[in-house]
Ligand binder design. Structure first.
Ligand code: AKB
Length: 313
């Protein structure tokens, strides 16, 4: 029997889109979803799991013959700033536990990084693949540690660890929860339900963003690429497009003319966004494994409105 795929943090924003995509490709029984909470559907095998519990994880990987792990469990930037101790425990201790199990069972592993791995001293327009990384948030610090720890396991143990520096991901499937880029998802639901949205970032705050379908495809493509081709296996810059809240609102207004946006700035989230890149240079990903986004701002807005309308029909 072929070794199976385990998704840790399967009920989160990325996992909610990744698990169905993996099940479509590899078959439902080959993809085990896991999270802290009970299962929300019966579409395939599911395990309740706290990824900081190494014994439980080891038992699951052994019993289910897991060969590939997507480790998505993490507190996002805004929540991590409110609860830095919990963020360290999940984002750093949790990753260490998962890497150890991956090492012992020789699993291939995907670990997402983020634009948060950069800080105010990083060149931001665009941010190069290799550059200064001195983030000022607990989430960002945990992402730099995660990149370095994965590199260590690759160099020291030959582990096949891979990852992407994700921009703000936009999806209609599941809400992000606790990030700085959550506005880019909330705005669509608000536009279609009340016709108005109050944004917590300044209208001119430019950030790299990506439609989730591109993010899922990027993960699958990276994991399928020959290892020898990957110069930066566990931390590739990728982005779909860059936009400000005002540009996003204008794109929505072109389709929903009555849509209104106003701004009530949350200083802590604004400070996080101000320390992040405006755009990422993703030329290394394009050169090494053929990365190419399919959705620009307009394509993403069309798709988000179409999918949310379909969900509520
Ligand atoms: C967040 O806003 O914290 C995340 C991220 C950019 O990693 N969406």
């Amino acid at each position: 029997m072929e070794r199976r795929i385990l998704v840790i943090g399967a009920l989160g924003q990325v996992g909610s889109d990744l698990v169905p995509a993996l099940r479509q490709i590899y078959g439902a029984t080959h993809v085990i979803a896991s999270d802290l909470k009970p299962a929300t559907d019966e579409a395939g095998p599911y395990a309740m799991l706290d990824c900081t519990d190494g014994v439980a994880l080891d038992e699951l990987v052994t019993r289910m013959r897991v060969g590939i792990i997507y480790h998505l469990a993490a507190l996002l930037s805004a929540t991590a700033e409110r609860m830095p101790q919990q963020a360290w425990r999940l984002n750093v201790d949790g990753l260490y536990t998962v890497l150890e199990v991956a090492r012992l069972h020789r699993c291939q592993i995907f670990v997402p990084s983020s634009i948060a791995a950069f800080g105010p001293e990083t060149p931001r327009d665009p941010t190069p693949q290799v550059t200064i990384q001195r983030p000022t948030t607990m989430y960002g610090i945990s992402k730099v540690i995660s990149e370095l720890l994965c590199s260590y396991y690759v160099a020291r143990y030959g582990l096949d660890a891979r990852g992407l520096r994700f921009p703000g991901l936009i999806s209609a499937t599941a809400p992000p929860g606790g990030g700085t880029t959550d506005y880019a998802v909330e705005i669509f639901h608000a536009a279609l339900s009340t016709g108005a949205y109050t944004c917590y970032l300044q209208p001119d705050t430019r950030l790299p963003l990506m439609y989730m379908a591109d993010g899922i495809r990027a993960m699958l493509e990276l994991m399928a690429t020959d290892r020898e081709r990957l110069r930066y296996a566990n931390a590739y810059n990728i982005q779909g497009f860059s936009a400000t809240p005002a540009e996003l609102a204008a794109a929505i207004s072109r389709r929903i003319p009555e849509f209104q946006i106003d701004y009530a700035i949350q200083p802590y989230r604004q400070a996080i966004a101000d320390s992040w890149p405006h755009a990422l240079d993703d030329s290394a990903a394009r050169a090494d494994w053929g990365w190419q986004p399919h959705y620009d701002l307009e394509g993403m807005v069309d798709e988000m409105l179409r999918v949310i309308r379909q969900q509520s029909a």
